[in-house]
Design a protein around this ligand. Sequence first.
Ligand SMILES: NC(=O)C1=CN([C@@H]2O[C@H](COP(=O)(O)OP(=O)(O)OC[C@H]3O[C@@H](n4cnc5c(N)ncnc54)[C@H](OP(=O)(O)O)[C@@H]3O)[C@@H](O)[C@H]2O)C=CC1
Ligand SMILES: CC(=O)[C@@H](O)[C@H](O)COP(=O)(O)O
Ligand SMILES: [Mn+2]
Length: 383
Amino acid sequence: MKRIAILGSTGSIGTQALDVVREHRDELEVIALTAHGNWELLNRQIEEFRPAFVGLVEEAAARELAPLLPPSVCLASGADCNREAATLPEVDMVLVSVVGMCGLLPTLAAIRAGKKIALANKETLVAGGDLVMRAVRETNGVLLPVDSEHSAIHQSLMGTRPGDLLRILLTASGGPFRTWSRERIEKATVKDALNHPTWNMGAKVTVDSASLMNKGLEVIEAAHLFQVSGREIKVVVHPQSIVHSMVELKDGAVIAQLGVPDMRLPIQLALMEDERRNLSGPRLDFASIGQLTFEDADMNRFPALRLAYEALESGGLMPVAFNAAGEVAVAAFLKERIPFGRMAELVERAMADTVHAPAPDLDTILGFDLEVRRKVALWMDVE
Ligand SMILES: NC(=O)C1=CN([C@@H]2O[C@H](COP(=O)(O)OP(=O)(O)OC[C@H]3O[C@@H](n4cnc5c(N)ncnc54)[C@H](OP(=O)(O)O)[C@@H]3O)[C@@H](O)[C@H]2O)C=CC1
Ligand SMILES: CC(=O)[C@@H](O)[C@H](O)COP(=O)(O)O
Ligand SMILES: [Mn+2]
């Protein structure tokens, strides 16, 4: 039996992970669940999965939940509840499916505590990828990608040897604005941006998909996970989201992983540590799909992707600025405080305002992340 903690259990990835647990009760046991504030859904999950530990970041939500809990469940509140859940002695593996770089501290703590990691949260690697990958190496730890493209790359590399890889071909759906002009994209509404053509996901990653910021975050995520440079990662737009990514090997062979757009597969594969298990649900039917198409990404209409490559090339604190400004900008866009086109402008300005600092430590990263968030919020307030 594998004993798991799910950080962010009430979100898109978290609920799909619980679907996977439902199908494999004989192999997966839920020890801990955390959420930000959705205590009602968390309560239903507690009733069904009976975790020993639950965490809610919002104190007020925890006060609502506390009287409903059986005495066997330990409830923690506040930002540190994710770290507590991730380091419980009973936990074998932690699924990090919170949104945003708040995943960084609990991920590092879990690795240091000897837990295996299934990582959905990409912001963690963007802001702190050097620290996370170093911690994995130093502890001889296990970190498995859940993000669909990175799981596909990981699957495509199975059976290859070190040195075989020429480059990663990271697929992108292109989002809802794939065929729109730059002028039209800049004025897109929240409703437009949340209308993803192929995936049903949380709001932040859906908006990021529309701006190709998501693909930019994924370029940096891939660089850390597979230890390659930006020059070895090419983004390929593939509107059907059937080819989840590919690797090109040095002899020209291209190996891909295909499947229906369903996150339960990469979640399950990571939770099962690369062992294949049955999974219910739709399967690929090539005749009904008809065509798989591919095109280049346009960094003029989607400047966030260009900025990601620049952030990766600079390294140090630049990806921290890229991510922090992006998180603040998406939150403001979702509240209709800024237009769509302003998001990439704010990210670019935050990066232009960043002084190069090689190999920042954790405190420097966390401090700088807060500084960028304050700065970007101020720019939005005064302009
Ligand atoms: N959804 C998808 O298909 C994919 C997502 N990802 C990545 O996975 C991560 C999660 O995405 P997604 O599931 O879509 O996001 P959602 O917005 O759907 O869910 C986020 C989850 O995190 C919780 N949460 C937010 N902040 C905190 C916090 N500080 N502490 C604890 N819990 C917190 C939320 O709780 P509450 O509900 O209480 O607010 C919720 O459970 C993101 O990094 C995303 O980029 C990657 C690939 C695919
Ligand atoms: C499902 C998943 O992994 C998302 O990150 C997905 O990649 C979003 O799709 P696009 O960013 O390609 O539009
Ligand atoms: Mn992805």
